[in-house]
Design a protein. Sequence first.
Length: 481
Amino acid sequence: MSKKSAAQGDAGPKITVLGAGPAGIAAAYALTKGDARVEVLERAPVAGGNSTSFQIDGIWCDYGSHRFHPVADPAVIADVKSLLGDDLLLQPRHGRIRLGGKWIHFPLKPVDALLRLPKRFAASLLADMLMKPFRGKRTGARSFSSVLYDGLGRTISESFYFPYVRKLWGLDPDKLAVTLAERRVSSGSVGKILGKMMRMLPGMRGATTGRFYYPREGFGQISQSMVDAATGQGAAFRFGADVARIERDDMQVTGVVTLEDGKEIHHRADQVFSTIPLTTVVRLMDPPPPAEVKKAADSIRFRGMILLYLILKTDRFTEYDAHYFPELTIPISRMSEPKNYSSATEPEGRTILCAELPCDPGEKWWSMSDEELGEYFCRWLGELGLPVTVPVDRCETRRLAHAYPVYDLDYQRHFDTVDKWLLGLDGFLSFGRQGLFAHDNTHHAFAMAYAAVDSLSPDGRIDRPRWAAHRHEFESHRVED
């Protein structure tokens, strides 16, 4: 988008952004580099969405385990580095995963894998690799499980990916779509996994191999820095703004109505950039969309999650930043220790463990008290050989109703119905993890936001062919764990 439009003079297009999560914040920041007039509407009292940070007893915590990956788009990395300066740390990844009852460094390292992988598991993995050229592909409808069996073989599929996805999405692998395998599994063969391991060897790895960027004051410092920069460049952020409806005249979106302090406020816009869940968008449309679009939206669902924060009276619980638990015997999927992400030493005598417990509202875990969940958390750690032998102060929780999109076998059909209708609206663009039902990293959400801004013409309209080209690029996004 050009700095100024001769047709518009000094007044650029008015853009209303729905949602101040990573995609909404990045869009506002990118828009203010041009001549757009930007207003961001956010229901929550703070920016960042699930990528914000907060303090518990003086320790910066995230909503689970978050890293800013060096594979991000160069323009995104350049902006994040510029905004954070010395507060953006380049940290070595130091996690571990439990396989076959043993702890293995994660990401996998060649020497560690050779020494620690259970012998039966390693032999079976090698056999899968050698037999792949002779293994017939599965017949019938393709699914998450068939793609992984064909690519990775039985051992790693059944020992790691299948139980892990059962935990994360609450569905059997046969009930999950191919898209999940394409986006979630970056290494589609044992050979590729070994290749990634070899690149971890000294002399073969680059400056950022096996490392990640992390802000000194939690992952949310990235979002807050963008908010501050966008605000300084003229963007207006309205927090506590609950969207009541999105108004349209036939297929032209004309503005948004919010409820603030019990009063309706109308926000007229040349373009509405939406980063809120596309299912919510359909519900908010006034007049409502066709019945088949509403039905499709009702069939799309998200997976929830409870985050458990166990506050311990000790400097550090382990040396690791993250632990991964694929076994179904333990309900939590991952545990992180926030102080280890930024190498923080303060405050002394206190650390926090954050466990991710995938579950939906209505499941038994959702209604449990913090105290009860804390007791379970300690019990699970004991069963994993990580007994909590230091004093426990308390347990706090955060609940996320829209943590992950659920890619069941029917999702693509339902998504396509909603997406096609939304793409037919003038003055409206949906993007971001929630807006495109994409199981992506935060750096992907930033890239989507930059692409949306790149698709905005000087006259305030969306260049649809350019946006379609960007959408095609999004299909190559692969989740980094």
